[in-house]
Design a protein around this ligand. Structure first.
Ligand code: XUL
Ligand code: CO
Length: 442
């Protein structure tokens, strides 16, 4: 069965001058950039929930997109068809990875045991398709936010019976991720927060969440799952306030609850902007803590202000993200997961190809630009020079914890008023644009 008959052969690299909409302009999987191929650098992953299961619903209307695989009355049959369509799509697009929630690939059953059986059945099929196609699992996760039982949270629910249901689900999702060789496991706590502080014991709920995460890592050790654990920050939506608000908040949480060594962050662009940050701010905050694990590379709409999860097309923001990734020596076990969906009005299956091709080209080009900028060292030279004073004797004394307030008072008086030095922000923006709009990137 071919679900994507409009696409006759896998998408190929044709270079920046092509006019073929079903070709890559910059993503040349085997092209080497600084010793690694683009495929190895970028580690693209398709988000199963949006790409295969997305039907264009929004708060004002239900499904508006029909998919030929999302038909039939038996949910397990539908899940099997969806899985086959998924691997057909991954292969035609040429992505190395995908990501899923447990309920994306297999329907919830009437009991915990039935849900597990459904998942195991679909995992077997996924393992077969992975072997046949070479496509791998980047990360798995459990959907702990859609079922009505999780209305007041999963791990942060006031009722331990709900907590236990969530535990059962994470256990099964970890088993599935291990069997499929996932390189990571994500926690995104959509309802791990509150709607009203008047009915919430925030101290208790944060404690519960920490206990839950400790249990998950203990279980992973027990079953020999060696993937990286990730927390994906988001400030709100659907909760009014989510405990994993942003990267800095999560880093503090990991320290407070002794989880630091076991978790890294999965930074999502649209979540960053919802938190009032830029994508690069969140990427940088995670990276300087040594905790940049993986990225969800979607974007929000500047006029809408909610989690629109659009495909990435913003070149400057993609360059900034790639800059930090290169600075830390790559994504290692992480990757670039789209976590993006086509608009409600883009209902043809071919729109899925346009969306992913554009996103892959945006980041492939960003990789080339960031690599070129790093090799030329322009920004690095500027920043190094800007902080030069801290490499001189008094700067070193300050950083070494030796200087005192009285000593600095004397020193400041002797130095006199420091010269004012421009930050050259506009100049640096021009430098970025020189690289961004350079036509020659070969
Ligand atoms: C929701 C979101 C999730 C996570 C995985 O905003 O980003 O899809 O990426 O649960
Ligand atoms: Co996400």
């Amino acid at each position: 069965m071919r679900y994507f008959a409009d696409v006759k052969k896998p998408i190929q690299f044709e270079g920046p001058d092509t006019r073929n909409p079903l070709a890559f302009r910059f993503y040349d999987a085997s092209r080497k950039v600084g010793g690694k191929t683009m495929r190895q650098h970028l580690r693209f992953a398709v988000a199963y929930w949006h790409t295969l299961r997305g039907t264009g619903g929004d708060p004002f209307g239900g499904p508006a997109i029909e998919r030929p695989w999302l038909t039939g009355s038996d949910p397990v049959d539908t899940a099997e068809r969806t899985l086959d369509a998924a691997f057909e799509f991954f292969t035609l697009l040429g992505v190395p990875f995908y990501c899923f929630h447990d309920r994306d690939i297999a329907p919830e059953g009437a009991t915990i045991a039935e849900s597990r059986q459904n998942l195991e059945r679909l995992v077997k099929r996924a393992a077969r398709r992975q072997r046949e196609t070479g496509v791998k699992l980047l990360w798995g996760t459990a959907n702990l936010f859609s079922h009505p039982r999780y209305t007041h949270g999963a791990a942060t629910n006031p009722d331990p019976r709900v907590f236990a249901h969530a535990a059962a689900q994470v256990r099964a999702a970890l088993d599935a991720t291990r069997v499929l060789g996932g390189t990571g496991y994500v926690f995104w706590g959509g309802r791990e927060g509150y709607s009203s502080l008047w009915n919430t014991d925030m101290a208790r709920e944060r404690e519960q969440l920490a206990r839950f995460l400790h249990m998950a890592t203990a279980y992973a050790d027990e079953i020999g799952f060696r993937g990286q654990f990730l927390i994906e920050p988001k400030p709100k939506e659907p909760s009014v306030h989510q405990y994993d608000y942003d990267a800095a908040t999560v880093l503090g949480f990991l320290r407070e609850f002794d989880l630091w060594d076991r978790f890294a962050l999965n930074i999502e662009a649209n979540h960053a902007t919802l938190a009032g940050h830029t994508f690069e701010h969140e990427v940088a905050t995670a990276a300087i803590a040594g905790k940049l694990g993986s990225l969800d590379i979607n974007r929000g709409h500047p006029l809408l202000g909610w989690d629109t999860d659009q495909f990435p097309t913003d070149a400057a923001s993609a360059v900034a993200a790639m800059f930090w990734i290169l600075a830390q020596g790559g994504l290692r076990r992480g990757g670039l997961n789209f976590d993006a969906h086509v608009r409600r009005g883009s209902f043809d299956t071919i729109d899925l190809f346009h969306a992913h091709i554009g996103g892959m080209d945006t980041f492939a080009r960003a990789l080339l630009v960031a690599d070129r900028m790093r090799r030329d060292g322009v920004l690095k030279r500027f920043v190094t020079q800007r902080y030069a004073g801290f490499r001189k004797p008094m700067g070193r004394r300050i950083l070494g914890g030796k200087a005192t307030l009285p000593e600095l008072e004397d020193w400041a008086a002797k130095q006199g008023e420091p010269p004012r030095v421009s930050g050259r922000e506009e100049y640096l923006e021009n430098v970025l644009n020189d690289y961004l709009y350079a036509t020659r990137l070969d």
